[in-house]
Every structure is written in C-alpha cells, then in structure tokens.
Design a protein around this ligand. Structure first.
Ligand SMILES: Cc1cc2nc3c(=O)[nH]c(=O)nc-3n(C[C@H](O)[C@H](O)[C@H](O)COP(=O)(O)O)c2cc1C
Length: 193
C-alpha cells in the first residue's frame, strides 16, 4: 500500500495554498497518495505517515490557525515524518538569510517538531487584495509595506527542487516502515537547506 502524505497549509490570500497544492501534485508524481487541506479543516491526521506543513508569516509569526494546528496535533506530529515550509519574503532587496531567522525562531519554539526538512519561500504581495487590519497596517506611514509595489517572489523551480528533496526522504522513510520517523531519530536529510 502506498504511504499517505498530508500537505496541510494556512493561507490568508492564497499564495501559500498554491504552493501547498503544487507540492502535493509533485509528491503525487513521486508515487505517494497525497491529501492537501487547510489546517483549520483538519480534525485528525491519523491516516498519514508523513506531513508537510506550510504557512505564511504575518507580523513575524504564523497565523492563528497554524499555531492552533501545531498545538492540537503536537503529539501526533511528533510521531510522524514532518517537513515544514513557510512563505514570507516579499521585498526583492531582502535576502533569504535576512528573513530566515523568523523560521528558525518558529522551529526553536516548536522544538519537538524536529522536521527532516524546512524551507522559507518567497511570498506574494498584492496591496489591492488586502482586507481588514492588514489594509490599515499597510497604510501606516512607518510600515515597510507602505510603499512596496505588488510582487510575487515565489520561485517555482526552487519549490519543485524542495519537493524532490522531501519526496526522496519520505521514500527512504517508507522503505523502513519499522524505524522511527526520521525527525525522531535524527534527520535523514539536512533540516535546513
Ligand atoms: C500585513 C502583512 C504582514 C506581513 N508580515 C510578514 C512578516 O512579518 N514576515 C514575512 O516574512 N512576511 C510577511 N508578510 C508577507 C506574507 O508572508 C506573504 O505575502 C505571503 O506570501 C502571504 O501568504 P498567503 O497569501 O498564503 O496568506 C506580510 C504580509 C502582509 C500582507
């Protein structure tokens, strides 16, 4: 039987959801049965051996639905092969190493998660799509978003390469069904690439 994989995401404006759907399609091409679902809709993760988690950064942290998901499914996630991605960078002049500390802080905070792979992808920024408090925050003169033009820094080649990397690790884990998940016994692949 094929190993079932869950790609669970949080997304306010769709950019992270599109990455999650892309990753799910790539993992299906690699031979896995994959479900892709918003974190807030999931009631159980019992059916899955591997979980890919993804959420955007807002104001330096993950959205509430993602934090709730981590808290609710912590014990179950700790028993599974977990990979984590985040979206964030929307200023073309900022490098990945400048924004990476956000993800490192998140992974430190949820230290029990011990993902076998993690990545921070560029995000999408569309001021015209903003709703509610986001719209007002952007208008504040001191906000770095005040003058930022619309942009989409998602690099689909980079995301595809990460999907290949994750699929290879999940295949290796599935080939050793009696071994503990790689995130419990030490990473099969470098946690930070
Ligand atoms: C109001 C607002 C605050 C944001 N704060 C951050 C942040 O603190 N760090 C970061 O890296 N990106 C930040 N971003 C960029 C988002 O993470 C990026 O736009 C992401 O692609 C949004 O994903 P989504 O469309 O799935 O919600 C922010 C975007 C908005 C609109």
């Amino acid at each position: 039987m094929k190993a079932r994989i869950l790609v669970a995401y949080a997304s306010h404006y769709g950019a992270t959801r599109e990455i999650a759907e892309f990753l799910a399609a790539k993992l299906r091409e690699s031979g896995f049965e994959v479900d892709c679902s918003a974190m807030r809709e999931l009631r159980t993760i019992d059916d899955y051996r591997g979980v890919v988690l993804g959420a955007p950064f807002y104001y330096g942290r993950w959205p509430r639905s993602a934090r709730r998901f981590l808290n609710r499914f912590g014990p179950a996630l700790a028993q599974r092969d977990v990979a984590v991605f985040a979206t964030g960078r929307i200023e073309p002049t900022r490098t990945e190493s400048e924004v990476r500390p956000q993800l490192d802080a998140l992974l430190d905070r949820y230290g029990w998660l011990r993902p076998f792979a993690s990545a921070l992808f560029g995000g999408r920024w569309d001021p015209a799509a903003l709703r509610g408090v986001d719209r007002w925050m952007r208008k504040l003169p001191g906000s770095p978003l005040h003058v930022l033009p619309a942009t989409d820094l998602r690099d689909w080649d980079e995301i595809g390469a990460w999907a290949t990397h994750v699929a290879a690790a999940l295949h290796a884990a599935a080939a050793q069904p009696n071994s503990p998940p790689p995130n419990r016994s030490g990473p099969l692949v470098p946690a930070r690439r």
